[in-house]
Ligand binder design. Structure first.
Ligand code: SF4
Length: 281
């Protein structure tokens, strides 16, 4: 690339560089750790209440039985599925397949109309991350600015203690979630056997719980929002499912770019509004 073209690209960078990469990586493709500010407000409170409902469902459903069968079972190793107490065997997969197709069409239409409503309010990744693990993090390490200071600071006794407590709590929560997650695959009765009988009789089950625990811990302690940007197929699909009419809370580059360092706090309120309007035109 000639020097001239590089200069042109550099000039463009002032207004268009935000398109080059997602905000969670820098120009060297190194991860930018997200320090999320503690949200507050009416919708966050409603989301918290909704999330308690989901937690209750997640932890209660494995105990519910209909005619001696679990309400839901997704036993992939034995190809046995129970949905609302009804058994689906491999030969019933036409029904299952049709249901999945209807579900996918619904998801596509729902996303086109309501954007990322599912991601914010229903997705287990968000619910566990934002409504459980993140809240524990706020409790132990404080809000985003305090977390940043803590992470960038030296390894004092206080920092070490906070980090150990956080990761122990994270692993314990992951361990509990992993147990319940496994109960949706093998059933609560089998899980109880793994828990109460000698480990030597359930080596596979025991190792599976440890693996699930470790995966959940790794996702919620370290991987976090990257699950949405690099793993989740629904997250990848959303860029083609959304259109200008979709309901969406998103970054508006016309208003946000170029990013300028305006010291708004020193400006009077009216002037702040004028600056905002002028910079968004
Ligand atoms: S992108 Fe995928 S993982 Fe992320 S919140 Fe949405 S559905 Fe969940």
């Amino acid at each position: 690339m000639s020097e001239e073209i590089r200069n042109v690209d550099h000039t463009e960078e002032t207004t268009e560089s935000f398109r080059d990469r997602i905000a969670t990586v820098d120009e060297k493709v190194k991860r930018n750790w997200v320090y999320a500010h503690k949200p507050k407000g009416r919708f966050y409170n409603i989301r918290s209440v909704v999330s308690w409902g989901f937690f209750a469902l997640f932890f209660i459903l494995p105990f519910i039985k209909i005619n001696g069968r679990p309400l839901f079972l997704f036993n992939i190793p034995e190809a046995k599925f129970i949905i609302f107490g009804k058994i689906f065997w491999p030969q019933d997969f036409v029904i299952f397949g049709l249901t999945m197709v209807i579900f996918i069409v619904f998801i596509v239409l729902f996303t086109a109309a309501f954007g990322r409503l599912f991601c914010g309010w229903v997705c287990p990744q968000t619910i566990f991350m934002e409504m459980l693990f993140r809240k524990v993090e706020y409790l132990i390490e404080g809000d985003a600015p305090k977390q940043k200071i803590l992470n960038n600071g030296p390894w004092t006794t206080s920092k070490t203690t906070k980090k150990i407590i956080k990761h122990v709590v994270f692993y314990l929560l992951s361990f509990i979630i992993a147990n319940f997650f496994l109960s949706y695959i093998i059933g609560m009765d089998e899980l109880k056997k793994i828990i109460t009988e000698p480990v030597s009789q359930h080596v596979v089950g025991f190792v599976t719980i440890l693996i699930f625990s470790f995966v959940f811990y790794a996702v919620y302690a370290f991987f976090r929002e990257q699950a949405c940007t690099v793993v989740c197929p629904y997250g990848r699909l959303q860029s083609v499912l959304l259109d200008p009419n979709s309901m969406l809370v998103a970054y508006d580059y016309k208003r946000g770019e170029p990013v300028e360092n305006i010291k708004r706090t020193k400006l009077p309120k009216l002037l702040q509004v004028i600056v905002l309007i002028v910079s968004s035109v």
